[in-house]
Design a protein around this ligand. Structure first.
Ligand code: SAH
Ligand code: SF4
Ligand code: F3S
Length: 463
């Protein structure tokens, strides 16, 4: 079956599920989607909500009033998994009070066989568990369960064709996600993602452009291209274009909007990409480029395929070329075998680059990854101390960086209400958040703002 037929088949299941659900619940049923993890999951959840809408459900934020509850899970660190188990546990009482509700667990954590087995055994009130590559079959799963079928466990991960044209119900009205690729082939030794998301698969150029056009026509002003490694876009497809070219093509679409993207991998980051960010008016001045560690010895053991020198060359070039660039990064502290000397290399890189902001994590062993069986003699407490040292250094840098915005004028997309009465808030083309006088009528609009001061928040006046 081709992907168009698959989508049509799921559409037919959705209609049948809608009729069954209405009959069973005797009212329009409600569905609650609870999302953990990264933007990929947030984006997947928008597609889950699209399918649920087709299945006749309205979407609610309140789990207590829902007839269908789904947890879209993350497996990247242990803490993420613990939170999910706690949340699934709370549905036990709901299900007891009302056995007709359906509870589902999907996403990265659900993809792991050990997790699916544990749920099968210890969480009998969970009706369905399915993995990341079969989410498009949700209408079929609902139909089968509603018509009395047994519990569903489907962890198929065959890296097949991407199923396009799924229904979607976006969370936002002017900021939106646009996935350009799925999965990851990099196998960084600490990371579970390649095991739970499968091989890297790029979407077809025409599908991406069509979705971008749809979003622009619907009024989206801030579009974030998503993928675990966006800058290796195109690998394995016959479209013959790379990520920089994709950016140029989206930049050339008509309309007033902004393009963001994440995540880029330093090994695939080229001067061509940096020049493209510089040259394309709609591509934002933000580069999220995770370096993970400043020590070459640790980078090798992480299987990252770049070294400190190459990383610094790239970010220095980016800073030279792109005025007002926001540089952000991810860092892991306490990778197995990391010494305080290695950690100091991370700290010195942070001080040298002066990032706008950082996402910092203490290493969390993930079963099945190579790092999980590496010797790890440093205690959690010691790692905690290094972590605090890093946070403190970054706090000072961020404080200095934020002052640099004073006196500058930016185009700001108004995206939320401000912290004070009568003020609205928005982002510049980078990651700076600026507040200015205004009302809700400005939401989703671009305004030109001159930054005057910093007082916990950047304050400016609309020009
Ligand atoms: N594909 C992206 C990010 C994926 S996960 C990239 O390559 O950068 C997001 C971040 O979680 C990673 O950048 C890393 O810093 C962190 N991370 C991944 N696995 C981890 C682990 N086992 N322990 C702690 N942090 C981890
Ligand atoms: Fe994980 Fe590395 Fe892939 Fe990022 S690039 S998702 S850190 S394996
Ligand atoms: Fe988590 Fe999966 Fe994203 S493991 S970080 S939700 S790709």
């Amino acid at each position: 079956m081709g992907t168009a037929e698959i989508t049509a088949e799921q559409g037919a299941y959705a209609e049948r599920a809608a009729a069954l659900a209405l009959k069973l619940y005797q009212k329009t049923p409600k569905a609650c989607v609870i999302t953990f993890g990264c933007q990929q999951n947030v984006s997947d959840s928008e597609r889950l909500k699209g399918m649920l809408t087709k299945c006749g459900y309205t979407i609610t934020e309140d789990m207590n009033e829902a007839q269908f509850i789904i947890f879209n899970t993350c497996a990247v660190r242990e803490h993420a998994e613990d939170r999910v188990y706690g949340n699934i546990g709370t549905t036990k009482a709901l299900k007891k009070a009302n056995p007709d509700i359906i509870v589902a667990v999907c996403g990265c954590m659900a993809q792991r066989q050990s997790v699916a087995d544990k749920i099968k055994q210890s969480y009998p009130y969970v009706d369905m568990v399915f993995g990341t590559q079969v989410q498009y079959r949700l209408p079929e799963f609902i139909y089968k369960r509603l018509s009395g079928g047994k519990r569903i466990f489907d962890l198929t991960l065959d890296n097949g064709e991407i199923i396009e044209d799924q229904p979607i119900k976006r969370d936002g009205t002017f900021k939106g996600w646009l996935p350009i690729m799925y999965g990851c082939d990099n196998f960084c030794t600490y990371c579970i993602v390649p095991y739970v998301r499968g091989r890297e698969r790029s979407r077809e150029l025409q599908k991406i452009l069509a979705e971008a056009k749809e979003m622009i026509a619907a009024g989206y002003k801030d579009i974030t291209l998503l993928g675990q490694n966006v800058n290796s876009y195109g690998k394995g497809t016959d479209c013959g274009i790379n990520f920089a070219t994709l950016l140029r093509q989206i930049d050339a679409l008509e309309g007033d909007f902004r393009i963001r993207f994440m995540t880029s991998h330093p090994k695939d980051c080229t001067k061509e990409l940096i020049d493209t960010i510089r040259d394309c008016e709609k591509v934002s001045s933000h580069l999220h480029l995770p370096f993970q560690s400043g020590s070459d010895r640790i980078l090798k053991r992480m299987n990252r395929h770049y070294d400190r020198k190459k990383y610094l060359e790239l970010v220095n070039y980016a800073k030279e070329q792109i005025p007002d660039l926001s540089l952000t990064s991810d860092i892991i502290v306490g990778f197995p075998g990391e010494t305080y000397e290695d950690f100091k290399e991370t700290l010195s890189l942070v001080k040298e680059v002066e990032f706008s902001s950082l996402f910092t994590f203490i290493y969390s062993p993930r079963e099945g990854t190579p790092a999980a069986v590496m010797e790890d003699p440093v205690s959690r407490e010691e790692k905690g101390r290094w972590f605090t040292e890093l946070l403190k250094a970054q706090e000072e840098i961020a404080e200095r960086n934020i002052q640099k915005h004073i006196g500058k004028t930016y185009r700001v997309l108004c995206d939320s209400v401000g912290s004070k009465d009568g003020f609205m808030s928005g982002h510049n083309s980078g990651t700076a958040v600026i507040e200015f006088e205004g009302d809700k009528g400005l939401l989703g609009k671009f305004v030109t703002v001159k930054v005057n001061s910093y007082d916990g928040v950047l304050l400016g006046t609309v020009e």
